[in-house]
Design a protein. Structure first.
Lengths: 940, 565
């Protein structure tokens, strides 16, 4: 493929690698070829006929977008012939596209408009001539009835009428009822970009090309409403559309793009860390979001939350004044008073009960800089290691498990590496809803390159439909399943002996344990047919390259650490680690959950996972921060409730966390937090937890900040403020610094770049990172020096970060979850997120389109179970556990396994965490969110 | 052989009508997305998503039928059934549909009720025809044939019972296959190359060369496809061969499969050729029983099997890559070439695609020798329109057109010849002054014409070129697949302009605009459909400019034909 070919473009000679398309060759030398239908690797059909060029030796013009160059080719990109044909094809397109740019939302953001401008075409010559004659002109209507022109004449609609015979065949009602995407059929130029984006990017095939010839249109199968298709409302179609035919419904009428300020920043939702471009109007409101096309992370893609979810920052409900609670009611106060009060109360409590009576919560939704400052405040000002963040509730077991096995608890490879692997093994990860953009890459890689996909999940999640093998095991039986898979791999001789010998230790011990997990036994525990387990094992075991993806289905168990160890074992015995296309990808939940951990918002480590118990490390930080530091390991957030009841924890300082929604058994947590002597929180909205606080300090939102997020692949990316923060709010780091100052510790940072410089000076894995560098591109840690490019793949060549560089294969036994179904509570409840909402819904409930689309929670029940209980789809039922009960709408489907139900934790009154079991993994202290038992009752 | 292995066949089995629920089910079973299946369904005119009447009437509206009182037939049908096209009678008995050429132009006007073709329809018999309609056994059509220089391709037509393989065998049937297998594949390919045989589907590509390309491909498996999707208006010669001499086609395919190293043959036959379909189905069964198909053909280890895929009403599927897409269960939209099918065809594998007549020539060449074919090789022509004699004739390459028109066609009905359309509506215009041209590739090329599919439609003086043009462009508009803008919009826009001229709404500049459209379509349409759609019309304008101008300037048709819908 490295062969070069010599071609001539417009008379000049060039050398290009073989196999590239004419359009790409031209682009490289700065010759722009117009194309309305072409999107590289996404839409390559050659429909629009604008990219045509003259190629010597061919009678007809050739399409630059689909024609590969070949040796000796002579190309003319702008001959008279070419120009003429392009103009006529543009005119053809304009015959089915009314020139109503004045009222179009895409004005200024429309490729057709640009090209028409460039080629000097104001209107197509192709119009319904009958109008000129006004002879019996019947305006067709969708129902085929038609009205006479006389009855309809309306000057404003004239341009539309001129084309009405040509545009009527494109009409469809499929887009009418969804709140997200608007389709103007008359503006559609049938370029098929949207269809191909749906096919090749979103991979849901919601829309297609229907009918043929001049009656062709874009619509859904049988014209069903879009929301009844598999559409995920990722908006890839909108972004692909070269005109204003497809547009975000909430954006309509909000202004034209050339009046907006454009900001490149990072999505504030999940851990994928999609780079996005935000558009802000002159009233300081964000109006539109687009995926950044050249982003190495998301390649222009977004999910429904990325594309629509920014709206919350514009909400009138934003907190703009500090609040102090007096007699059970909040009083708005000035910052001076609030900061004074917080400093005073913290000082009092610290003096009275000691520093360890105060717990602090960093946030996975705040920047690295915010989190660094917060943990520094905890350690240097309060004097405690009681600092944690919500990673405790999602990937604490990854940090402990992978830490133990590999010496580093983070994703080993990068997102773009998906395209290099042969097998994708997904377990306990509903990625189409939780990490939608990564799931698009997974599906795409399967479709494009035929990579194998194995999916293991107790629920028949969307991804299961794309899988070669789908395994539906009982919640909490992952270790049995994985051990069973590994036994097959061993028995079939599919282990990688060389890798095991050179790069691991503990294999012999491991063999003894795993050999007990024969297929019959495993099949019984997991409820999965033996042959499926065997097939999955063979696919993964015999793969040349394989990547494992896992999420909370693995981590949120009392055996979370063991589950993760088991994952590591699978990768280690097959050698699927430490090279391109070989690795383990724990998908992190929140935008900066990786970063919050990296920054040391954990009770046992300083930034960069440097142990607080290590004297040398501690001395380094003591020297830098100029104070004596505590060496005792602090409390985990999942222990806070118990500690409060025990009287050990008296005050909590939270930076944007919402524990009374996210902890297991929230009724109990609420009671605990109500008992606190002092609870202060920095927030953007009055969240469920903030309502319980004594002081609420209004903060800036992510899209108003600068600073950095570290995504699930360890890529540190720069945020840039897309809008001014509301008057009266402060940046999170700023608030912490002021409290610190008031407590007598000087924290003076001019800006977040300065904070990052301090982080770099103290954190070896971030040592080479600065805002200046990040302006160009995100950097993946470890990045030990300013000239280091960052690290895309951890554990290169199997050499892991443990003292002897050998990975630990650590045998683990299957232990059942703490609660198992019995007569009284016969169902297993498993919990999680849904695509449209995010965590405690404080943001997404303030996004109108999302909230109208999914206004309430539901419990997923298997068909058979529902039938037995006499429950119908849509019926309100009572779901109760030993800890509480909720009344919730039933959604009957084949998604959950028989005996398993699912509820999300997004909604306060029907929160799954009213029911969940507050038992913890002994090492990681992560709660068992994924398994508890419930009963289901009919209400009427 | 499972007929419904191919998606398009499976939909035929559902009578072409799928409800939403049924479509969802089939999509699941066929491992296709629901959207993908709907895209597919909506492409083909035979397939519908709404319940249709018990019977479907399809009436041809293309040129030969149109010239033969076609409009009156359309009107009479609407009047009799009291419905418009596309609608179903209130009693749910009949659905009325217009359709493109039904491939029986010598017997114009033509309509189909369900699978039965009715020919030479008089408007007056329509009420009776509908009233008396009963399902009956489908029979091959009786189309005139003529072979003044000897029957070679037509050797078995009307001579043998197409349902009986024994009769074919008696007439040295399957001897060519035997010879081919004795002499080996290199011999076969050399013979075909040496014979100079060129594709009879329209493009005229040297057949032997194509075979050699496929044989030289290393990829396996390879496919042989017989293109029996004869759809070029005015063409019906393949129909005659399929309906009357199926084994010659099958033998040609087996030899092709042997020569190129393929194991699987597919006959893609248009959905309108229902009789041909059952005849081929029967012939394949008999050939299998006699050991000419299947395992160990003629006692060797050569394996070859043939399946039939039934088209569903789409002219563009006659284009080889569109045909392949259709077999694969997709919309019949042409692919980008290269890669050519010989390199990457069906399912991405090397594929030989030959037309019916081309394949029928193969046994002949092997038995009579390539030298004979070089000297005496013949070609089939489909004569329709204003000839006194209409049908399929077989003449040696090089016969003069004048002979065909005046001797075989017995001159022109009701007046003098105005022009011929040679090679179908994507072909050329031949003026009376050009009749002395010899029908071979070289001579025609010299006057910028080509023989195309061998269709010859004659048009007499009393006909209006604008009316002919309108009919032709509407055909292309209806059959454009819609993939590329130049063709989708170009056919529609030129159809609108020509219709306006036809109606007396023409304006200054229309002619120039048609030429501009034509240039863009020729230069930038994705496939030959769009590239050639305005070819005949351009020539009609150039040759009959006066008449066009009268339509535009004086807003009237000198022959009083145009303007009446």
């Amino acid at each position: 493929m490295n062969n070069k070919v010599r071609i001539k473009i417009d008379g000049k000679e060039y050398l290009f690698p073989q196999g590239i398309k004419i359009i790409d060759a031209c682009k490289e030398i700065g010759v722009e070829i117009p194309a309305l239908c072409y999107l590289k690797e996404i839409s390559e059909e050659g429909t629009c006929g604008l990219c045509v060029v003259e190629v010597k030796g061919f009678k007809t013009l050739q399409r630059a977008c689909i024609t590969e160059i070949s040796d000796g080719m002579e190309i003319f990109t702008n001959s008279e012939k070419v120009h003429k044909v392009r103009k006529m094809n543009l005119e053809f397109i304009l015959s089915i596209h009314p020139a109503e740019c004045i009222t179009c939302d895409a004005d200024g953001d429309c490729l057709l408009q640009d090209l028409a401008y460039r080629y000097g075409i104001s209107q197509s010559r192709f119009i319904d001539r009958e109008i000129l004659y006004k002879k019996d002109f019947v305006i067709p209507t969708i129902d085929g009835a038609g009205i006479l022109l006389e009855e309809f004449i309306d000057e404003e609609l004239k341009s539309k009428i001129f084309h009405i015979h040509r545009t009527i065949s494109k009409y469809t009602r499929a887009w009418e009822t969804n709140p997200f995407i608007k389709f103007y059929p008359d503006k559609c130029i049938l370029c098929r970009r949207c269809v191909n984006a749906c096919k090749n990017q979103a991979l849901v095939d919601a829309i297609g090309i229907v009918n043929r010839g001049y009656k062709t249109k874009i619509t859904t199968p049988f014209e069903i409403p879009l929301e009844k298709t598999k559409c995920q409302f990722c908006g890839a179609c909108i972004q692909a559309c070269p005109t204003g035919a497809l547009i975000e419904k909430p954006r309509i009428g909000k202004g034209k793009i050339f009046h907006f300020k454009k900001t490149e920043t990072v999505c504030a939702y999940c851990g994928v860390g999609c780079e996005l471009v935000l558009y802000t109007d002159s009233n300081n409101r964000i109006i539109q979001a687009k995926g950044k096309e050249d982003s190495p992370v998301n390649k222009g893609r977004l999910c429904v939350k990325g594309r629509y979810g920014f709206e919350y920052v514009n909400s009138p409900e934003r907190l703009k004044k500090p609040l102090i609670k007096e007699n059970g009611k909040f009083r708005e106060v000035e910052w001076e008073e609030a900061i004074d009060y917080v400093a005073k109360r913290l000082k009092e409590i610290k003096e009275k009960y000691g520093p360890d009576s105060i717990g602090l919560l960093g946030s996975s939704r705040c920047t690295n800089e915010d989190n660094y400052v917060l943990q520094k405040f905890a350690r240097a000002v309060i004097g405690t290691n009681n600092v944690d963040n919500c990673a405790r509730l999602c990937h604490a077991s990854t940090v402990t498990g992978l830490g133990k096995a590999l010496g580093a608890g983070a994703a080993t490879n990068y997102i773009g590496d998906i395209k290099n692997t042969n097998v994708m093994f997904v377990i306990g990860s509903n990625m189409t809803e939780t990490h939608p953009v990564i799931s698009q890459f997974v599906k795409e890689h399967k479709k494009r390159k035929g990579a194998k996909l194995v999916v293991c999940d107790p629920r028949k999640i969307d991804l299961a439909e794309y899988a070669d093998i789908y395994i539906q095991h009982y919640p909490g039986t992952d270790i049995a399943l994985l051990n069973g898979i590994m036994k097959v791999i061993i028995d079939k001789g599919l282990i990688n002996k060389k890798f095991i010998e050179e790069n691991t230790e503990g294999f012999e011990e491991f063999l003894k344990v795993v050999s007990k997990y024969d297929l019959d036994k495993v099949s019984k525990i997991t409820g999965v047919p033996a042959d499926l387990i065997e097939k999955a094992a063979i696919i993964y075991g015999s793969a040349e390259k394989a990547m494992i993806f896992y999420t909370m289905g693995i981590t949120q168990h009392t055996t979370g650490t063991d589950n993760v160890l088991s994952i590591a074992n699978l990768a280690l015995i097959t050698g699927h680690l430490g090279s391109e296309g070989n690795g383990i990808m724990p998908l992190r939940g929140q935008a900066n959950v990786q970063g919050a951990c990296d920054m040391g918002c954990l009770p046992d480590v300083f930034p960069g996972y440097q142990k607080v118990s290590d004297d040398e490390i501690r001395q380094k930080f003591e020297k830098a921060w100029g104070v004596k530091l505590s060496k005792g390991i602090g409390y985990a957030v999942s222990e806070f409730a118990d500690l409060i009841f025990e009287g050990k924890l008296k005050a909590v300082y939270s930076m944007g966390e919402n524990p009374v929604m996210t902890e297991p058994d929230v009724n109990r947590v609420r009671k605990a937090f109500e008992q606190l002597e002092f609870f202060v929180t920095q927030e953007i909205f009055l969240s469920e937890s903030a309502e319980l606080a004594h002081v609420v300090l209004p903060a800036a939102a992510a899209y108003e900040k600068d600073g950095t997020f570290t995504n699930t692949e360890r890529r540190v990316q720069l945020l840039r403020p897309a809008k001014e923060k509301p008057e009266g709010t402060k940046y999170d780091w700023e608030i912490v610094c002021e409290v610190a100052k008031r407590m007598g510790y000087e924290m003076n940072y001019k800006n977040t770049a300065e904070i990052m410089d301090e982080i770099a000076s103290l954190t070896p894995s971030y040592a080479g990172i600065s805002h200046e560098r990040l302006k160009k591109e995100g950097i993946m840690w470890p990045c030990p020096s300013y000239d280091h490019p960052g690290t895309k793949i951890l554990h290169k060549d199997g050499k892991v970060k443990r003292p002897n560089k050998k990975a630990l294969i650590f045998p683990v036994e299957y232990i059942p979850p703490k609660e198992l179904p019995d007569k009284e509570y016969p169902f297993i409840l498993t919990t999680g997120r849904i695509l449209f909402h995010y965590h405690t819904r404080n943001e997404t409930r303030r996004v109108k389109a999302i909230e109208t689309f999914v206004p309430r929670n539901y419990v997923e029940i298997n068909y058979e179970d529902a039938e037995k209980l006499g429950i119908k789809d849509g019926e309100i039922v009572r779901v109760s556990s030993r800890r509480g009960s909720v009344e919730i709408c039933a959604r009957v489907s084949d998604r959950p396994k028989k005996g398993v139900v699912f509820i999300s934790f997004h909604f306060k009154d029907t929160n799954a965490n009213i029911l969940t079991n507050p038992v913890l993994d002994p090492v990681a202290k992560i709660p068992e969110f994924k398994v508890c038992t419930v009963k289901i009752e009919k209400i009427s | 052989m499972a007929f419904d292995k191919y998606l398009i066949n499976r939909i035929h089995q559902e009578k072409g009508v799928l409800s939403k629920e049924k479509a969802e089910k089939i999509a699941r079973e066929e491992k296709k997305t629901f959207t993908g299946l709907y895209e597919f369904l909506s492409f083909y005119t035979f397939f519908k998503t709404k319940e249709k009447g018990k019977h479907t009437i399809r009436v041809c509206k293309n040129l030969s039928c149109h010239m033969d009182n076609g409009n009156k037939i359309l009107e009479k049908l609407k009047e009799t059934l009291k419905i418009d096209f596309g609608k179903t009678t209130t009693d749910g008995e009949f659905t009325l549909e217009e359709t493109s050429c039904l491939g029986a132009c010598a017997l114009s006007p033509v309509l189909m009720i369900d699978e039965t073709t009715f020919t030479n329809i008089e408007p007056d018999i329509i009420p009776l025809l509908i009233e008396k309609f009963k399902k009956e056994k489908i029979k091959p059509l009786k189309i005139n044939i003529s072979a003044p220089y000897g029957k070679f391709i037509l050797r078995n037509v009307y001579e043998i019972d197409p349902f009986d393989i024994e009769e074919y065998i008696k007439k040295s049937g399957y001897q060519a296959l035997k010879k081919a297998m004795e002499k080996g594949s290199s011999f076969v390919i050399e013979e075909i190359k040496n014979s100079g045989l060129r594709g009879r589907g329209g493009a005229g590509f040297p057949t032997g060369l194509k075979w050699e390309f496929v044989r030289n491909e290393r990829e396996k498996p390879k496919f042989v496809i017989c293109n029996a999707d004869e759809g070029e208006p005015g063409t019906f010669k393949d129909r005659i061969l399929i309906e009357n001499d199926p084994h010659s086609v099958i033998e040609g395919m087996i030899i092709a499969g042997f020569a190129v190293g393929a194991e699987k043959g597919i006959i893609y036959i248009r959905g309108e050729y229902e009789a041909g379909f059952s005849i081929l189905e029967n012939a394949i069964k008999q050939a299998k029983e006699r050991g000419f198909l299947g395992k160990n053909i003629l006692g060797s280890d050569f394996y070859f099997d043939i399946e039939i895929v039934k088209g569903a009403g789409s002219y563009v599927c006659g284009e080889e890559t569109a045909l392949i897409e259709s077999v694969e269960g997709k919309r019949g939209e042409p692919r980008k070439k290269p890669p050519y099918p010989s390199n990457k065809g069906l399912y991405g594998k090397p594929t030989l695609i030959n037309n019916v007549e081309t394949l029928t020539n193969v046994p002949l060449i092997l038995l009579k020798g390539s030298e004979w074919f070089k000297q005496k090789g013949t070609i089939l022509l489909s004569l329709s329109g204003d000839f006194n004699w209409k049908g399929v004739c077989e003449v040696p390459l090089g016969t003069s057109l004048d002979y065909v028109v005046n001797k075989i066609g017995r001159g022109i009905k009701e007046g003098k010849l105005k022009f011929l359309i040679l090679g179908g509506v994507s072909g050329n215009i031949i003026l009376p002054s050009q009749l002395n041209v010899k029908l071979n590739y070289k001579d025609l090329c010299e006057i910028n014409k080509s023989i195309g599919s061998g269709a010859i439609i004659s048009v007499n003086e009393k006909r209006c070129p604008v009316d002919v043009a309108k009919n032709i462009i509407e055909f292309f508009r209806d059959e454009s697949c819609g993939k590329c803008i130049p063709c989708m919009r170009g056919t529609d826009e030129s159809a609108r302009i020509i219709k306006n001229i036809w109606k007396g709404n023409g304006i200054q500049g229309d002619i120039e605009l048609i030429f501009e459209i034509a240039e863009t379509m020729e230069l930038s349409s994705f496939c030959p459909l769009g590239q050639t759609a305005l070819k005949v019309i351009k020539e009609l304008i150039l040759e009959f400019t006066e008449e066009w101008n009268t339509h535009i300037k004086e807003k009237l048709c000198p022959l009083e034909i145009c303007g009446n819908e």
